[in-house]
Design a protein around this ligand. Structure first.
Ligand code: AMP
Ligand code: MG
Length: 401
């Protein structure tokens, strides 16, 4: 135990934990199943986007020279809706073709006039003004064939999933989801829905942590709370280490006699660090159990949440090459002062407002690490250096929740 790094900085905690790596497994998924997945390699477009010059408007296509000055009359020689090249009329001087948005430009035409500026009179169209060349969407103007439009590690948002299809992919290489065990520990914990006895509280951490795991695009395996017993703990750790990529525990990592996660990791596991200089959330540990990485998170609900965001999420993103999702870092002007603890990077929960005079932030809720509502009613976490106080009017960095 004596040579295990103790009370390390946040940077050290990330560095030490990220030295332990797990393999990334790539699998192919169809477009229907790619939403929210992590792209496993950069994707080049297989086609030009758009693949051909086409109209950006419903209207008429014609030669610009025929329309100069407006008020001109042109002969309608056809309609283009679909993409069949054989049936495509060619435009000659004095002619126009009715065209729909997205339809290919006919040969000879170099401009469009939208329908509302045209008046059809039998076989002719009267143009209320000159046609426009910029209503043509040029072949490849969005993407050229071979352009890398999505980087490895991208999270496949709805727009990105759509772009995969635009680029011609029907299936996509993604990172296999990690299977992450979540074990909450504590004799006092009761499942929500059951009746609370004396001294008991509802178990909440595993639900919040499962949500955070899903937020990162992975599969949580939530285990019912285990009692503070070395035997139970050993059994469950052995069981989940057989088929999980990562183990998260909550509770039992502080200094107390009943903090058995710490004890079992010291005695039987492979401990890489214990305690981190962040508050809330100073008690966590990291190590290996049967060669499987394990983060021991604190029991206090705010602490387990913040430690996940600050240490576990960066580890998971690093292991999977994911470029997100991640809290946005912003700057805001304080309208209340906020104080850090003496020795820890301090993550106060603040409210944020976007006002006419800029972004402001203030502390309005009780900051106890047991007060989970302090996260739900706040918008951001401070990154206050140990020992500092940020005064009213100061501009500070915040992580948007
Ligand atoms: P511990 O780290 O085990 O000493 O727990 C610290 C505090 O967090 C205690 O008040 C526990 O009752 C509470 N706690 C521990 N685990 C959970 C949990 N899974 N859900 C809600 N509260 C918890
Ligand atoms: Mg406990």
């Amino acid at each position: 135990m004596s040579d295990v790094p103790y009370f390390v900085t946040l940077g050290e905690a990330r560095e030490i934990s990220q030295k332990t790596t797990i393999p990334t497994i790539v699998e192919m998924v169809g477009l229907d199943d790619c939403h929210g997945r992590i792209l496993a390699q950069s994707l080049e477009s297989k086609v030009n986007d758009p693949p051909f010059d086409n109209s950006a408007m419903d209207g008429f296509a014609m030669r610009y020279d025929d329309t100069i000055g407006g008020g001109k009359k042109l002969k309608i020689i056809g309609t283009i809706q679909a993409s069949s090249q054989e049936m495509m009329p060619e435009i000659h001087p004095g002619q126009a073709v009715r065209i729909m948005t997205g339809a290919p430009m006919p040969k000879g035409a170099d401009s469009i006039l939208q329908i509302e500026l045209c008046e059809v009179q039998g076989e002719n169209v009267i143009l209320n003004q000159e046609s426009k060349k910029h209503f043509i969407r040029k072949m490849g103007e969005n993407l050229k064939c071979g352009d890398v439009a999505l980087k490895s590690g991208s999270i496949l948002s709805p727009a990105k999933a759509g772009l995969c299809a635009t680029m011609g992919y029907d299936s996509i290489p993604v990172v296999k989801k990690l299977k992450i065990a979540i074990i909450s520990t504590g004799d006092e914990l009761v499942q929500p829905g059951e009746k609370l006895g004396p001294g008991e509280i509802y178990e909440s951490n595993s639900f919040g942590l499962a949500g955070l795991v899903k937020w990162l695009g992975h599969d949580p395996v939530r285990i019912q709370a285990v009692d503070d017993s070395l035997k139970e703990l050993r059994e469950i750790l052995n069981r989940v280490s057989e088929d999980c990529d990562l183990i998260l525990t909550s509770g039992g990592v502080s200094m107390g006699e009943w903090d058995l996660v710490r004890k079992i990791m010291e005695q039987e596991g492979d401990l890489h660090f214990w305690r981190v200089k962040i508050r809330p959330g100073s008690p966590p540990l990291f190590g290996l159990w049967n060669k499987v990485p394990i983060f021991g998170l604190p029991g206090n609900p705010v602490s387990s949440h913040t430690v996940f965001r600050m240490i576990v999420a960066p580890w998971i993103r690093k292991m999977t090459g994911a470029l997100g999702p991640q809290e946005l870092q912003i700057k805001a002007k304080l309208t209340t002062s906020v104080k850090a603890t003496a020795d820890c990077l301090t993550l106060r929960r603040l409210s944020v407002e976007f006002t006419e005079s800029g972004i402001i932030a203030y502390q309005k809720v009780h900051q106890g690490s047991g007060n989970l509502a302090s996260i739900t009613t706040s918008d951001a976490l401070t990154l206050l250096p140990a020992g500092s106080t940020a005064e009213i009017g100061e501009i500070i960095d915040l992580l948007l929740l």
